[in-house]
Design a protein around this ligand. Structure first.
Ligand code: GLU
Length: 268
């Protein structure tokens, strides 16, 4: 099976040095395997994603020396596919309708947080059935009912053996949101399967999400890829780089006269 990798930026701001390193690693791994690199534009959220950032992201990645095969996949054009997968999961009893607000979840006294900072869903609505579908459908988020206590294991190409306990390390997570958009988890699972991705290279902040996505692959009857998570870069205060770190954005570094080679030395 030939290697197919991908880079999947979200156009909500300028790319920073951390993104550059992850995407560069994705390209290097695809090249080393004699494979292909694809590009997915993760523009699901119309409120946060901006066309100008899509443009700056493309420019910055080209400048850095990244090349991928066309066509680019745009998530915003794939709503019908996400909808079908959501209905499949709902109709096979994997989901439940939830009307808890973020605040309800935050205030549930027993709700701890998973490693990636998401509060663990306290289970308020999980015994609700998805059949019959509540009519008229009010403002529901549809959550995946995780198999309590199951240990989800995978071997990461960089970090080695990983395991996360469903219900303890992460809780029932959203699949379809009340704003009528798929969740990140559903969209990337379906997209990676549709694109035939053989290895996902991305940041270590998504290690727990890999466990969530493995449950989705199984529930959808899809074959999951391999995973390679990259260490995250931190600023001088030890904080993870985020899109607000303008000083370490590729735009700014380039404006300061840094070359792509100099950047690669910064993260080596
Ligand atoms: N779009 C996500 C991000 O920019 C990456 C998603 C993924 O690689 O699965 O963080």
């Amino acid at each position: 099976m030939s290697y197919i990798g991908r880079i999947a930026p979200t156009p909500t701001g300028y790319l920073h040095l951390g993104h550059a390193r992850t995407f560069w690693t994705a390209q290097e791994r695809a090249q080393a395997a004699g494979g292909t690199l694809l590009y997915r534009n993760e523009d699901l959220d119309p409120q946060r994603c901006k066309p100008e950032f899509r443009q700056t992201t493309l420019e910055d990645l080209h400048w850095l020396g990244l090349r991928w095969e066309e066509p680019v996949m745009h998530q915003s054009e794939r709503m019908a596919h996400y909808r079908t997968a959501f209905e499949q999961l709902r109709d096979s009893g994997h989901l439940f309708p939830c009307d808890c607000s973020r605040r309800d979840i935050r205030e549930a006294t027993t709700a701890p947080h998973s490693e990636d900072g998401d509060p663990i869903y306290p289970g308020t609505c999980r015994s609700r059935s998805s059949n019959p579908i509540p009519q008229p459908a009010p403002d529901y988020n549809w959550r995946f009912r995780v198999p309590e206590g199951e240990v989800v294991k995978f071997t990461d190409g960089h970090f080695g053996p990983q395991q996360f306990v469903a219900g303890t390390d992460f809780g029932d997570f959203p699949v379809w949101q009340k704003n009528n958009l798929p969740s990140y988890q559903l969209a990337v699972t379906l997209d990676d399967a549709t694109m035939g991705i053989t290895e996902v290279v991305r940041g270590a902040d998504l290690l727990v999400s890999t466990a969530r996505q493995l449950l989705l692959y199984r529930a959808l009857g899809l074959q999951g890829p391999e995973f390679f998570h990259c260490e995250l870069l931190c600023d001088e205060n030890g904080e993870r780089l985020a899109k607000r770190h303008d000083a370490l954005s590729l735009r700014e570094l380039r404006a300061q006269g840094k070359t792509p080679e100099a950047l690669r030395e910064m993260w080596a």
